[in-house]
Design a protein around this ligand. Structure first.
Ligand code: MD3
Ligand code: FE
Length: 214
């Protein structure tokens, strides 16, 4: 099935999961990356830890918007309004992201959090569900920049079959409805597949509703 939003065609990967390949053109990707570099200067990338064990993530993160996702050994997974090391509010969300959410998400209210994941070539993210938000009715919107990755998407049970496909720079995915609680992860980064980041690596942004009061 294809979904047409403006001049952009989305491809349904599975019910509720829509991929918009190369939704952002090169100029938009560069603009977004410049916005991100400015934000990271204020809110530096940090390395989350697994709850209880304290095992460090291979991915580094920061956030934009009113709320940000953080995790450490003692506090576990949570959203909070300030950066875990600077104590400052998160930088604001770029206009481009707010507009993109409004165009593709069909949700009455703006995103409350934008998690920024930075993957070095060796980084990955194990299969997981995103369930730290109070609002599962709202979609999650994902934007990929830089090197491609092999992404894995399954169903609502960990044991459901999974499929893998590539996410490339400029790709946008909307996860809604029956895919909102699907298990997913990043198997590996395909180093050297993009020249957007001269230093290499991959950036993924996820825009979310958190509070369930929208
Ligand atoms: C499917 N990020 O930050 S984005 C995460 O590429 C996360 O950095 C990955 O998983 C990344 O939590 C995947 C695509 C994505 C995001 C959220 C989802 C897929 C999803 C939520 C439900 C189902
Ligand atoms: Fe996730």
């Amino acid at each position: 099935m294809t979904t047409k939003i403006g001049e952009h065609r989305g491809v349904t990967i599975q019910p509720g999961a829509t991929l918009f390949p190369a939704r952002l053109d090169r100029a938009e990707q560069e603009q977004l990356l410049a916005d991100l570099r400015a934000a990271i200067a204020e809110a530096p990338l940090f390395r989350p830890e697994m709850p209880k064990t304290g095992k460090p993530f291979s991915v580094r993160m920061t956030n934009l918007g009113p709320l940000g996702w953080v995790s450490d050994r003692l506090g576990g997974y949570r959203y909070q309004p300030t950066h875990p090391t600077t104590g400052q509010p998160w930088p604001k969300m770029p206009r481009l992201l707010l507009d993109l959410w409004a165009e593709v998400c069909a949700y009455p209210g703006p995103p409350e959090a934008c998690l920024v994941n930075f993957y070095e070539p060796s980084a990955k993210m194990g299969l997981h569900q995103d369930r730290d938000e109070a609002d599962f009715a709202a979609p999650i919107l994902s934007v990929s920049l830089g090197d491609s990755c092999r992404f894995r998407l399954g169903g609502a049970d960990r044991s459901d079959p999974t499929r893998s496909f590539e996410l490339n720079s400029g790709d946008v995915v909307v996860l809604a409805g029956p895919s909102r609680l699907a298990f997913h992860g990043v198997d590996r980064i395909l180093a050297g597949t993009s020249r957007l980041l001269p230093e290499g690596g991959r950036v993924n942004l996820t825009l979310r509703r958190v509070t369930g009061m929208g």
